[in-house]
Design a protein around this ligand. Structure first.
Ligand code: 5AD
Length: 434
């Protein structure tokens, strides 16, 4: 199994710590620190999320590349064929907006809203998704990124009204020891070839800075991109974890509506959350952020504001999914949004930030088991595979009926890779195409 094709480093710009890598003639920009990473032009490397992860021995790289060469060009052909726009009859005002997107002009808020409000029939939605998929293809080629996620603790001191691991909820709780986390990460790297590991937990102060630093340092030593998703911590903790080797962080703002935020996340404010996300970005982390689609009372205008707030934060990756109403939480009786509402949000995020990476979340897959494929054909280009040990995975009940929960890690991997290949996507890095 392979989630990253080796790339050849063909240029290093020491002045701004960037470089250019080549995948079978396709060039991408990546971040690197030549000295710290011990690389020089001509080396083979793995990159993830636009960041150099590690060097590979030339012989190993060349062998892997040999086995990929034919497949790579086959996959590209499939992706190109699936990225055509089959423009059917649409209302002229919508066509003019889509035309603007094709010409890569930026959209005004009213235009984004007109896409949310105005496109509803099967045919209209088909064209919307096709335009987004076409833009994804032009920006990223067939590159896709697959990260492995370890949910290491379901303790949380927060009481978010939507969340299944909120502190008041009576559920079995677990914490993985440092050794357990490292063993799972090592297995994922050695056995399955993951090149990026996401470490996620509830907001659990049991893991203090020292413990988190040890985990980050040790996982980093496996030669992967370490991605953290640990919620509210001080700026200093984020700075120190960055120094320890965590180079990407996921922190959603959940909603751009300050009132909704305060109501659903008691004791916290949107302002503070945004401040922390900005600090994370300033430290240098590859930033993933986003929101939940479909909180009660949410309007299309709120949803457009969510996308615009995400864009304003300058993320490298958008992460958002539908609200999944969960029993024994205050939002148990809320209505989830429709699948198309989420797919529209994916397509429109692609329009407003064409070179971003957009994640297909397991919440979307939970809403509809076929939605993963549809999302990848509506502008999305990255995925996460849950590699939490099965006994713990069941307990990380952030929402009901989570997808992938009853299946083995091997099955999730196989299904994901089969799906990506069927769509012509290759696991090259998702750094910006040149
Ligand atoms: N439905 C959908 N997403 C949820 N999350 C938490 N609870 C739910 C729910 N009921 C999301 C939050 C959090 C992420 C880890 O999971 O957005 O940031």
């Amino acid at each position: 199994m392979c989630y990253a094709i080796p790339a050849k480093l063909i240029e290093i710009n020491a002045s701004n710590n960037t470089g250019v890598v080549d995948y079978f003639g396709e060039k991408r920009n990546i971040l690197l620190d030549a000295e710290e990473d011990g690389v020089k032009v001509g080396d083979y490397v793995y990159a993830q999320g636009g960041i150099l992860v590690r060097k590979i021995e030339p012989q190993e790289a060349e062998e892997i590349l040999k086995s990929w060469r034919e497949v790579f060009f086959e996959l590209k052909k499939t992706d190109e064929a699936l990225s055509k726009i089959d423009q059917d009859k649409l209302p002229p005002n919508v066509l003019s907006v889509l035309q603007k997107i094709n010409l890569r002009k930026s959209l005004k808020k009213e235009e984004m809203l007109s896409l949310f409000d105005g496109l509803n029939t099967k045919n209209e939605l088909k064209v919307l998704y096709e335009v987004a998929n076409n833009l994804r293809q032009r920006e990223h080629g067939n590159a896709s990124c697959v990260h492995g996620i370890i949910e290491f603790s379901n303790y949380c001191h927060n009481s978010c009204h939507y969340c299944g691991i909120r502190c008041e909820r009576d559920i079995p709780r677990y914490r993985m020891s440092v050794e357990e986390i490292l063993a799972v990460a090592k297995h994922a790297v050695d056995q399955y070839g993951f090149k990026a590991i996401v470490l996620q937990s509830g907001e659990d102060s049991y893991y203090d800075e020292k413990m988190l630093t040890t985990i980050v340092k040790e996982v980093k030593r496996l030669g992967v991109l370490v991605f953290i998703s640990i919620g509210d911590r001080s700026k200093e903790v984020y700075e120190n974890l960055y120094k320890a080797g965590a180079k990407a962080a996921l922190m959603r703002f959940e909603t751009s509506n300050a009132e909704t935020f305060a109501k659903l996340r008691p004791g916290t404010t949107l302002e503070k959350r945004i401040e922390l996300i900005k600090q994370i970005k300033n430290i240098g982390y590859v930033l993933a952020t986003g929101f939940i689609v479909g909180f009660p009372g949410e309007t299309n205008s709120d949803l457009v504001n969510n996308i615009l707030l995400a864009r304003y934060l300058g993320p490298d990756m958008y992460s958002f999914g539908p609200l999944i109403p969960t029993h024994n939480t205050p939002l148990a009786n809320a209505n989830p949004p429709t699948k198309d509402q989420v797919l529209k949000a994916i397509a429109i995020s692609r329009f407003v930030d064409s070179n971003s990476n957009i994640l297909v979340t397991s919440a979307l897959e939970t809403l509809d088991r076929n939605a993963k494929r549809e999302a990848l054909l509506a502008g999305a280009n990255s995925m996460m595979i849950n590699i939490t040990p099965e006994n713990y995975k069941k307990m990380y009940a952030i929402y009901d009926n989570r997808s992938q929960i009853d299946e083995s890690c091997e099955k999730s991997i196989k299904d994901t890779v089969d799906l990506l290949y069927s769509l012509g996507r290759a696991p090259t890095d998702i750094g910006k195409i040149l």
